[in-house]
Design a protein around this ligand. Structure first.
Ligand SMILES: [Zn+2]
Length: 188
């Protein structure tokens, strides 16, 4: 599903990863079967480590934990997907209900990504030659447009220094005319 309208007017856009208003869930009735299958895959000596990882992802992703929950950040309504892919909406009982129930267990310490791209001359489909996008404090991705490479570069490195210093980044990438100028990942 790429978008879902909430009755309050908010529209869920589900066209990117790491959404703070989205979660996956697994039925308790499936939990045992899921872990048994994972165990079988891990014990299978015919599979390489890479194959095992792939098989486990398939079992998790396509069968047992692929049903989705969305919570509206504006009104707190919860949308629960059934086994046929239809969504059922539930309204919070009171105004005090937390509207951020589905965000990461890391909360504001969730590690985001910093990405900047410069293409000059700008492609026809693009309004600006430069774009920078960043997730901060577990919020939705923010995007900034640039017409000057130096300004883009400065914003990128300023944000990189600040966010990596706070341990709030998992990866960062700066590209200029398809060439990688800077690449960083916290697990390297
Ligand atoms: Zn809503």
């Amino acid at each position: 599903m790429s978008w879902l309208p909430c009755r309050c007017g908010y529209i869920f856009h589900d066209n990117t990863d790491f959404l703070r208003f989205k979660a996956y869930f697994r039925a308790d009735q499936d939990t045992d079967d899921f872990f048994c299958q994972v165990e079988d895959i891990l014990k299978n000596q015919k599979l390489s480590a890479e194959d095992k990882a792939h098989e486990i992802l398939c079992v998790a992703d396509f069968h047992y934990t692929n049903r989705i929950l969305y919570q509206c950040p504006e009104c707190g309504r919860l949308f629960v997907e059934d086994n046929d892919g239809h969504y059922h909406c539930f309204t919070p009982e009171s105004e005090e209900t937390n509207h951020r129930l589905l965000e990461s267990a890391e909360g504001e310490n969730w590690k985001g990504m910093l990405y900047a791209d410069w293409t000059f001359p700008k492609p026809e489909w693009s309004e600006h030659p430069g774009y920078l996008s960043v997730n901060i404090n577990g919020e939705e991705r923010q995007s900034f447009a640039f017409d000057d490479y130096e300004a883009l570069r400065k914003k990128f490195y300023d944000l990189f220094q600040k966010l990596s210093g706070q341990k709030k980044l998992r990866s960062a990438l700066l590209r200029k005319n398809k060439e990688q100028i800077f690449r960083w990942s916290d697990d390297e």
